[in-house]
Structure formats: structure tokens, C-alpha cells
Design a protein around this ligand. Sequence first.
Ligand code: ARG
Length: 332
Amino acid sequence: MSGAAASAARTGEAPATTIPSSSDSWHNRPPVTLLYQGSALDDASSLRRFLAAASPRPRFGRVLMVDPTHFQVLHVLNPHMEGNLGSVDADRAHEEWSAIRRTYESLGFPVTVVEGIDAFPDLVFVANQILPYVDADGAPALVLSHMAKAERQGEVPYLTESLRALGMHAHPLRTIMPLEGTGDAIWHPGKNLIWGGHGFRTSEEAWEEVAELTGANVITLSLVEERMYHLDVALMPIDETTAFSYRGAFDNESWARLEAGFERLIEVDAEEALHGFALNGHSPDGKNLLLPAGNPHTRAEAELLGLTVHELSTSEFQKAGGSIFCLKNVLP
Ligand code: ARG
């Protein structure tokens, strides 16, 4: 651990802190703040202040997907993949993937598609290799992940090369610690603030550098349930005050952070969260919800909120431990 952000958070001086520093890397940067697990700032009212102090952020609008032609379960990287080796029905996967793409397009979100490649059967889960953000000059940029699993590490340079034409700055990490992009980085709707999961695929240490690079505030959350190995299968924000989540995915302190961070935190049951991937849906606009099919309770709760629910089957991708949210990224 190094850097002003971490030490300020750990010494427990003012919450929602602007961290003054004379070092060059902080020069001309917007204030960077980070709320760590175990921080002395960790009580509901300072967390709310921390969140309120985050600057506004418009939702990103360009969807990125990877063609599923080369998708298959060829190894076991998470508990969902056990017993599923070689079992993906390629035609069905293609139909499911195409329906997700069409849904985004019909809602007015253009979809950029990158070609897959035989060498990387998990590349289709494009939430993981990059963390898109807007840099201090207002330009779209990417933090490049350090994939935790050796089998997926080659995906990052492959995808970076494939995205070169988009002209986004791609920032590698200095740290050697793992970070799996928007699999563990969930933007708080409307805020320049990231909920940062750690425990299985991303290390808590990596969040410090993410805060520094992106200028976003970061609140870390500790994941404790192996089947919820990424934050994006455990937390589904809808708007600034509303999110769906699963209690069993988090330790007590992290759950308290979520309760403080979302006025309306709706609990999804174990069956829908762990087996239905209900929390791996995505609301691109706070009005529509793309929801993995077969989650009637979550659907009903979403409709009570006034959301238009688009149920989409993702049976083939669930064999690999992923669903709608994992199958896309969203670019500024
Ligand atoms: N088989 C992939 C893995 O274990 C699934 C990744 C799902 N992505 C996600 N963002 N949850 O890495």
C-alpha cells in the first residue's frame, strides 16, 4: 500500500476527503478519495457524506460485446463451471447473445462487436478485461485489467488491440495485484463513484490505483461467497438510490456500506441470486432492466419499481458463471 489516498482513508481524517499532495502524479488531478474496508471513516453517516460529495457522472451509452462464436466451457475457473466442460450449445449461445444485442439496440444503445478467437473461450465476458472511464481531460479511456486466472490473461492484450481503432487511451496498472474490470467495478448510477469488489478476482490493493487513475471515488466491498466471485453477480444498481443485492455475498461491514449507500436496497433470495443470476442483469438507463430469465421474484420487485423488464435467457453462458452484465461493457 502506498499513496496519499490510502493513508488518508486509513488514518481516518476527514471523510469524503480531498487529498492534498505535492507529488507530481496528483498534480492537476481532481480530488481522489477511497474508502477502504476497515477504515475509521466507516460509519453510515460518513459513507453517505462520501457518496454525496462524489461528482455527478452521466451514464455511459455505447455497449461493447464480443462475438460468442468461440465461447465454450473448457476449464473450471469458478464453481458454476464445474460439471459443464464442453457442454455449451453453440447455436443456442448465439441466439441468446443476439437477443441481448438486439435488446440494447432497440433501447437506443449502439453495440460495437469485437470478434472472438479460439484461444480465449471466456473472452465473450467482456465486462472483465477493461474498466472504461472518462479521464481528467474529458476523453474516454480504459484501465486495463490484470486477470486473476492465467487462462484469461491473454485476453487483455487481444482486446486492447481490437479496440485500438476506437482511439481510447489504455492505461496499464503499475500494481501486480489482480483487477477484473467491471466484473468487480460497479459504477454508482449518476455518480463518479465505483463500488469495488474484492476477495476472489480483484485485490483490495488494486482499488487505490484505480481511484488514482480514474479520478473516481471508490468504496470497497468484501466478497465472501465463492459462487459470487465477482461483484457484478452480487450487486445490481438501478438508480442513485436503488439497488438489488444478495446479503450472503458480503461480510457484515460491506453489507452495512451497501445499506448506507442505497436508500432502497432490495434483497434477492438465494435461489434467484445464486442459481438464476438475477443480479447479473443490467439497467442501462434506470427505466429498463435486462434480466436473466427465470427470476420471477426479482422481476416482480422490478415491476413494482416501475421498470420495464426484458427477460433474456442466458442458459449457455450461466454454464460458465456469467449472464447479461458480464457479456457486455459500456463505453463513454
Ligand atoms: N468463466 C468466466 C470466468 O470465470 C466468467 C466470467 C463472468 N464475468 C463476470 N463479470 N462475472 O472468469
